[in-house]
Write a protein that binds this ligand. Structure first.
Ligand SMILES: Cc1ncc(COP(=O)(O)O)c(C=O)c1O
Length: 399
C-alpha cells in the first residue's frame, strides 16, 4: 500500500501534463480524486460534469418511478457500466443494451437486469446469447421473427436454459413485427415454446423522440405506442400473460408515463443530452432543457494562423459527424466551430472573441451516442477537479 501511495505521489509530483499511460496508472491505483484536474487531461478528452449528470439521473428516476413505471435506461448512450450501476442505485431495474456484445461488456462490469433491444440473429450469436443467459438468467431478448423464435428455443433447449423473450413490435422506422395478427401470432408462438418465456413487448418509436414541439411529439408518441398497449391486451385476452410493455425515450419520457399500459421506460440520452435534443423544443420554449447538458469535449487551441481564425485539436475523430450542425462552444455563439479535418476544428474569431494558443475550450456535442463511442474513457469532473475516470467498456461493441 505504501509503495502504491508513493508511486502515485511521484507521478503527481513529476508534472501535471500526464500521458494516457500515466493516467491509466493513476486509474489502476484507484482514486484519482484530488490528484487529477481538468488542466491535466490530454485533449481532446470526453468529460461529464457530475453535478448536471446527477441532477439528470435524479430527475428521470423520480419522474418515472413517481408515475409508477419501471425505469430501464438505455446504455447505448453511455456504454459505461459505472453509469448503468449509478442508474440502478437510483432505482432503475437494470439497463437496456442495443446489442449482445454491449450487454456482455455491461454484465462484466456488474450490471444486471439487461434487456437487449435488438434481435439476436445467427448461429454464433444465438449460442453466445444462451451462454450469456446461463450467467444472467434474468436477461430479456427481443425477437421479431418466427424463425428466430424457433432458433432461440432450440438453442435454449440444447443449453438447458429458459430464455426470456420480448416481442419487438414495429412502432417506428426500424425493426419489429407489424402490429395486429402477425404480432399476436408471434406472441402465441413464443408462449408455445418450452424453452422460452414471454417477458412482454419491446416498442421503441424513434420517430417520436425527436419530433420538434411538445404537442406534436405527444401526438406522434401516443399514436406510435398505442398498438403496443393493444397487443398486450389482446395477448392477455387469450390468456397469455404479458407483464412488460417497454419503450420511450428522453424526448417522450413525460408523455409515455401518462399512457396507460406502458409499464417501463428506456430513455438513454437524458444522462448527457446533446445539441440534437436541445433542438426538439420543450413544453415552455424552443430549447428542450428538461435535462442539463452534462457531456462536453475538452479541446486545446493549437494554432492561430490568422487574426480571425483559431484551430482546436478536436475534429472528425473527436465528434460524431452524423448531424447537419457542428459542435457548439459551451460559452455561446461567439466562437462558431467548423470541422477542419480528422484532427482539427476551425473557430471563427470574427465575432470579436479572442483566444490564444494553449487555451482550453469545451464543446457541446451534436449527437451524444456515436460521439461517446469514439472514446475509451470518460472523465467525471466537478468544477475543475476530476473525481473519477469511467471506462466506456462497450465502446466499439456493436455486434
Ligand atoms: C431501442 C431504443 N430504446 C431507447 C432509446 C433511447 O432513446 P434516447 O437516447 O432518445 O432517450 C433508443 C435510442 O436510440 C433506442 O434505440
Amino acid at each position: 500500500m505504501l509503495a502504491t501511495g508513493l508511486a502515485v505521489a511521484a507521478v503527481h509530483a513529476a508534472k501535471r501534463g500526464y500521458s494516457w499511460s500515466e493516467i491509466d496508472r493513476l486509474i489502476a491505483r484507484g482514486d484519482v480524486k484530488g490528484k487529477l484536474a481538468k488542466e491535466d487531461l490530454p485533449t481532446p478528452a470526453l468529460i461529464v460534469e457530475l453535478d448536471a449528470f446527477e441532477a439528470n439521473v435524479k430527475k428521470m428516476s423520480e419522474h418515472v418511478l413517481g408515475k409508477g413505471r419501471a425505469l430501464r435506461p438505455h446504455a447505448k448512450t453511455h456504454k459505461c457500466p459505472e453509469i448503468a450501476m449509478r442508474l440502478i442505485r437510483s432505482g432503475a431495474v437494470g439497463a437496456c443494451a442495443a446489442k449482445l456484445s454491449e450487454a456482455e461488456a455491461l454484465a462484466a462490469g456488474g450490471v444486471t437486469g439487461l434487456l437487449i433491444t435488438t434481435a439476436v440473429v445467427g448461429k454464433n450469436k444465438i449460442e453466445r446469447a444462451v451462454a450469456f443467459a446461463r450467467k444472467r438468467p434474468e436477461t430479456i431478448f427481443s425477437v421479431d421473427n418466427a424463425q428466430n423464435v424457433k432458433d432461440l428455443n432450440d438453442a435454449a433447449g440444447a443449453g438447458k436454459v429458459r430464455l426470456n423473450a420480448a416481442i419487438d413490435l414495429h412502432v417506428g422506422g426500424r425493426t419489429g413485427i407489424v402490429s395486429g395478427a402477425p404480432a399476436l401470432a408471434l406472441g402465441e408462438s413464443i408462449q408455445s415454446m418450452p424453452n422460452l418465456k414471454l417477458a412482454g413487448i419491446q416498442a421503441y418509436a424513434g420517430q417520436a423522440s425527436h419530433t420538434v414541439g411538445f404537442e406534436a411529439r405527444r401526438r406522434v408518441s401516443r399514436e406510435a405506442m398505442a398498438p403496443a398497449v393493444e397487443l398486450r391486451q389482446a395477448l392477455e385476452q387469450k390468456g397469455i400473460p404479458c407483464p412488460l410493455v417497454t419503450g420511450g425515450s428522453t424526448g417522450t419520457y413525460n408523455i409515455d408515463t401518462d399512457m396507460d399500459g406502458i409499464t417501463e421506460l428506456q430513455p438513454g440520452s437524458f444522462v448527457f443530452m446533446d445539441i440534437d435534443y436541445n433542438r426538439i423544443g420543450g413544453q415552455s420554449g424552443e430549447v428542450y432543457n428538461d435535462f442539463q447538458n452534462s457531456l462536453f469535449v475538452l479541446t486545446t487551441v493549437v494554432s492561430k494562423p490568422k487574426d480571425e481564425m483559431a484551430i482546436v485539436d478536436g475534429g472528425l475523430k473527436a465528434f460524431s459527424t452524423d448531424r447537419a450542425f457542428p459542435p457548439q462552444w459551451r460559452g455561446g455563439a461567439e466562437l462558431p466551430y467548423a470541422f477542419a479535418g480528422d484532427e482539427h476544428g476551425r473557430l471563427s474569431l470574427k465575432g470579436g472573441k479572442q483566444v490564444s494558443v494553449g487555451d482550453r475550450l469545451e464543446f457541446i456535442i451534436p449527437h451524444c451516442d456515436p460521439s461517446v463511442n469514439l472514446y475509451d474513457r470518460l472523465f467525471a469532473v466537478r468544477g475543475e477537479q476530476v473525481e473519477a475516470v469511467w471506462r466506456i467498456a462497450a465502446r466499439g461493441l456493436s455486434q
